[in-house]
Write a protein that binds this ligand. Structure first.
Ligand code: NCD
Length: 339
């Protein structure tokens, strides 16, 4: 693994390895001193062409916890044309000696271009490109699901060390605005590689062309899907109104109608299996795709997803920057050999 651009590039072995390294990283984050010396002297660039709070801060925190130097480059508002600005930016970053580049871009495929155009030698990590992919989000979701559902007692978070396991046998329902969601696409590919059975639930107007080729089932009815699938985890997607021309953008009749048919509320929560957990990548539209009761219920792992995001990004930076990406190596990612 040289770059992390898409979850569809990950083999089962690579995916499990990232989750296992995440568990090791998460264990270090329970300590009083959270900083490890692992990436001391390395420079990580956060290149964000699109708004972000949690993902940018999460990558920054992850890099700093590994002692890397972090440069935040927010390219929003640049007047250069996209191709030109990306190339010029890449050449600048190369000249500055960037050891890894994390990129979020409104154009699907921008991270791929950055990784393969020959402008940079550094590993590239996709932090979200257009409506295409968001691999670290899917990895943190998978890690959170594994921690809760693959241990001894379903629903209870297991000790951090559920290692070596995939998600075989789990049933996961992903609900909402799939059309605009790089999180949904990244999750469908990763979760199915990990052996889970994934069902997408969405109004037909919010499904992308070609979704029938994705490795998942599709349903248009949330209540029916809950009853038939009996999911172990349900992931609610944000209705991405900024990618629609008006409030509902013609994609659904009204926000009220959307909530009635596709929103997760206390009633639907009560129909899920008792051990089922609730995920949301954030930021949430409370009252639209998820009610406050559902978001704040004991089954919700939404705040934990944010914490796990830091550990997953530490793992990815560690594996890409130290080249320890083949199974069986990298025995001490948490710095024992370096301290
Ligand atoms: C997601 C994103 O930006 O793609 N959020 C995130 O990374 N935390 C999902 C979203 O914006 O709805």
């Amino acid at each position: 693994m040289r770059h992390l651009l898409s979850t569809s590039d990950l083999s089962l072995e690579e995916a499990v390895r990232i989750l296992d390294t995440t568990a090791q990283m998460a264990a270090t984050q329970e300590r009083e001193v959270k900083k490890l010396p692992t990436l001391r002297g390395r420079t990580v660039v956060n290149l964000f062409f699109e708004d972000s709070t949690r993902t940018r801060i999460s990558f920054e925190t992850a890099a700093k916890r590994l002692s890397a130097d972090v440069i935040n480059f927010s390219a929003k508002g640049s007047s250069l044309s996209k191709g030109e600005s990306l190339k010029d930016t890449a050449l600048t970053l190369k000249a500055m000696g960037a050891d890894a580049v994390i990129i979020r871009h409104q154009a699907s495929g921008a991270p791929y271009t950055l990784a393969h155009a020959g402008w940079l030698d550094a590993p590239v990590i996709n932090a979200g490109d257009g409506t295409h992919q968001h691999p670290t989000q899917a990895l943190l979701d998978a890690y959170t699901i594994r921690r809760h559902l693959m241990g001894e007692t379903m629903g209870e978070p297991d000790s951090i060390g559920v290692v070596g396991k995939d998600l075989s046998g789990l049933k996961i329902v992903i609900v909402g605005d799939v059309l605009h969601s790089r999180v949904a696409r990244a999750n469908v590919y990763l979760l199915s590689t990990l052996g889970a059975q994934v069902t997408l639930v969405s109004p037909p107007t919010l499904l992308p062309v070609g979704v029938e080729t994705w490795p998942c089932q599709i349903s248009y009815h949330l209540d029916e899907a809950i009853d038939q699938v009996q999911p172990d985890a349900i992931m609610m997607l944000r209705v991405q109104r900024e990618r629609m021309s008006s409030a509902g953008g013609g994609f659904f009749p009204s926000p009220l109608e959307y909530t009635r048919i596709y929103g997760l509320d206390a009633k639907r929560l009560g129909r899920l299996p008792e051990h089922a957990i609730v995920l949301h990548p954030g930021p949430m539209n409370r009252g639209l795709e998820i009610s406050a009761q559902a978001a704040d219920s004991p089954r919700s792992v939404i705040v934990e997803q944010v914490a796990n995001g830091v550990a997953v990004r530490m793992a990815v930076l560690y594996l890409l920057l130290t080249g320890e990406s083949s199974a069986g190596t990298a025995a001490h990612p948490t710095g024992k050999e370096n301290s």
